[in-house]
Design a protein around this ligand. Structure first.
Ligand SMILES: O=C(CO)[C@@H](O)[C@H](O)[C@H](O)[C@H](O)COP(=O)(O)O
Ligand SMILES: [Zn+2]
Length: 199
């Protein structure tokens, strides 16, 4: 019974990935172009999200600063989820809803990209970060699900919305990780050419 349940998770996850490939390839390509344009002209990516999405933000920053599959110059990315002193001070002195937006105001500049992850599209601190990014004239790349929630309305026409067509948080997160790897691969391919990799 348990094994059957586990197998079903694999099948459901694979099914969603098949379905989402066609729907998401266009916005993912747009995200690659937006991020590439930023980091090749001195900009950076600020990434944020809660829970599993915080881990995704950090995963992305690690692959940008370190590497994805191929050697290349470091690319500028910062996860806004990692500095416990900053996060506890802001949450304690102000409000948890502004833990990301205050960092965006402090670190963000025109031409940077905010990578905003929220499976529901409704996390207040991610929404506030989007508002702060717009104040700084940054482009927002939003990864959501469940129809996009409030983030759909918060985005501008020049932003990129990658909305996973599913309602279950875990399944959406599984696709978000694939999306982030597609972005890393797309940026590397644009920078280094279309070369096979064995890693
Ligand atoms: O990883 C999971 C569930 O799979 C949780 O930690 C999940 O990320 C948290 O409940 C988040 O607070 C959900 O926020 P969001 O994706 O709706 O913005
Ligand atoms: Zn999870």
């Amino acid at each position: 019974m348990l094994e059957q349940r586990i197998e079903q998770h694999f099948i459901d996850s694979a099914d969603l990935k098949y379905q989402a490939a066609h729907v998401l390839s266009k916005p993912i390509a747009a995200a690659v172009q937006a991020i590439l344009a930023s980091v090749t002209s001195g900009g950076k990516v600020l990434a944020c999200g809660n829970g599993g999405s915080a881990a995704d933000a950090q995963h992305f920053a690690a692959e940008f600063i370190g590497r994805y599959e191929r050697e290349r110059p470091e690319l500028a990315a910062i996860a806004l989820t990692t500095d416990s002193s900053i996060i506890t001070a802001i949450a304690n002195d102000y409000d948890f809803n502004v833990i990301f937006s205050k960092q965006v105001r402090g670190l963000g500049s025109t031409g940077d990209v905010l990578l905003a992850l929220s499976t529901s599209g409704n996390s207040a601190n991610v929404l506030a970060a989007i508002e702060a990014a717009h104040e700084r004239d940054m482009t927002v790349v939003a990864l959501t699900g469940k129809g996009g929630g409030k983030i759909t309305q918060a985005l501008r026409e020049t932003d990129v919305h990658i909305c996973v067509p599913h309602d279950r948080t875990a399944r959406i997160q599984e696709v978000h990780l694939l999306v982030l790897h597609c972005i890393c691969d797309g940026v590397d391919t644009q920078l280094l050419g279309d070369q096979e990799t064995g890693t």
